[in-house]
Design a protein around this ligand. Structure first.
Ligand code: AMP
Ligand code: TRP
Length: 345
């Protein structure tokens, strides 16, 4: 986030982001999102982080599993360093203004805009007729999450860039249609070495919670032996590591491991290659496994501990939701006024 970003908007800087409580947190979510959520919190900006349970049900979720995954994601946030005293942490359904503003945005966004969303095309697959209406309207609810909080900055991985552009289009269209300067036009914050962590089995595919092969990803719940085994078996090529980033051209798997190493170690890919250039993967992988275990194991242990006290997690989410409602409800009411809804009393 730069000074010029904030100078452009009359709204005070406020960070918002969200993750779906589906399956388990994986390394891509951690490096592309949660680790950066923590950095922004620690930089002293106002930060709001959501568990987007209403987005999760755009595809089928078993109710018990949804509850478990929501709590586990909350535990993952906290274990990674998000502090409920400094960031607002809550699950989306406990702040109803998000869904209500989402409806208004269903009436602002155009069918054509949503039809171009690649995440919808990927998730709906070939049988679009069978996709839920919620899956199609998903980006409008995401825009509502962000704009119900008048957020100015949104840290996400590369795959969310298109949704952020849609959010900006919605903010601009609403402001223009109603002749107001009400919603900020939020900036995506897509930075660092790990904005797109790739599968360990195929360097051309994104690491994902939903990939059927568990060997393709490192889960935040994996133990040390599992992490070591997955890195040992990660796909590579027979060449030694190059000595600069230009040498990673056309070597998707090598690039991915170098990026993961850089992001985990808080340094640049160039620095990693300055140290390991010319060395074989047999020397690089054990170091990477040790680094991943050193960084992730304390988080895993803390998540397990937190999951032992579900009532405490629910209490934290409830407190966060109260603060989230205090922000979003007045913004929703002002939106209703702008749109022309009567509010009595
Ligand atoms: P999701 O799990 O789809 O709700 O994603 C939550 C956050 O993690 C979003 O900001 C994504 O952009 C980010 N994310 C998910 N997978 C990856 C990945 N493989 N690399 C980097 N960021 C990712
Ligand atoms: N669509 C995001 C994802 O799949 C999750 C999300 C929902 C989100 N609402 C958001 C991200 C608001 C940032 C801001 O990863």
């Amino acid at each position: 986030m730069t000074d010029t970003d904030t100078a452009r908007t009359p709204h005070p800087p406020r960070v918002f982001s969200g993750i779906q409580p589906t399956n388990r947190l994986q390394l891509g979510n951690y490096l592309g999102a949660v680790k950066r959520f923590v950095e922004m919190q620690n930089a002293g900006v106002e930060t709001i982080y959501c568990i987007v349970d209403l987005h999760a049900i755009t595809v089928w979720q078993e109710p018990e599993e949804l509850r478990r995954a929501t709590r586990e994601l909350a535990a993952g946030y906290i274990a990674s360093g998000l502090d409920p005293a400094r960031s607002i942490l809550f699950n989306q359904s406990q702040s109803p203004a998000h869904a209500q503003l989402g409806w208004i945005f269903n009436c602002v966004a155009r069918m054509g805009w949503l039809s171009r969303m690649t995440q919808f095309k990927d998730k709906a697959g070939r049988n679009r007729e069978a996709a839920s209406v919620g899956l199609f309207a998903y980006p409008n609810l995401m825009a509502a999450d962000i704009l119900a909080c008048h957020a100015t900055h949104v840290p996400v991985g590369e795959d969310q860039k298109q949704h952020l552009e849609l959010t900006r289009d919605i903010a601009v269209k609403f402001n223009t249609d109603y002749g107001v300067d009400f919603f900020p036009v939020p900036e995506p914050v897509i930075e660092g070495a790990a904005t797109r962590v790739m599968s360990l089995r195929d360097g051309t595919r994104k690491m994902s919670k939903s990939d059927p092969s568990d060997m393709s990803r490192i889960n935040l719940t994996d133990d040390a032996d599992t992490i070591a085994r997955k890195i040992r078996k990660a796909k590579t090529d027979p060449e030694p590591l190059p000595s600069d980033t230009a040498g990673l051209e056309g070597r998707a798997e090598a690039r991915n491991l170098v990026n993961i190493c850089a992001a985990l170690g808080d340094r640049s890919p160039a620095e990693v290659l300055a140290e390991f250039g010319g060395r074989p993967f047999s020397a690089f992988k054990p170091m990477l496994a040790d680094l991943a275990i050193a960084r992730l194991s304390p988080i895993t242990a803390e998540m397990t501990r937190l999951m032992g006290d579900v009532a405490e997690i629910d209490r934290i989410l409830g407190e966060g939701a109260e603060k989230a409602r205090a922000i979003a409800q007045p913004i929703l009411e002002q939106t209703y006024d702008i749109v022309g809804m009567i509010r009595s009393g």
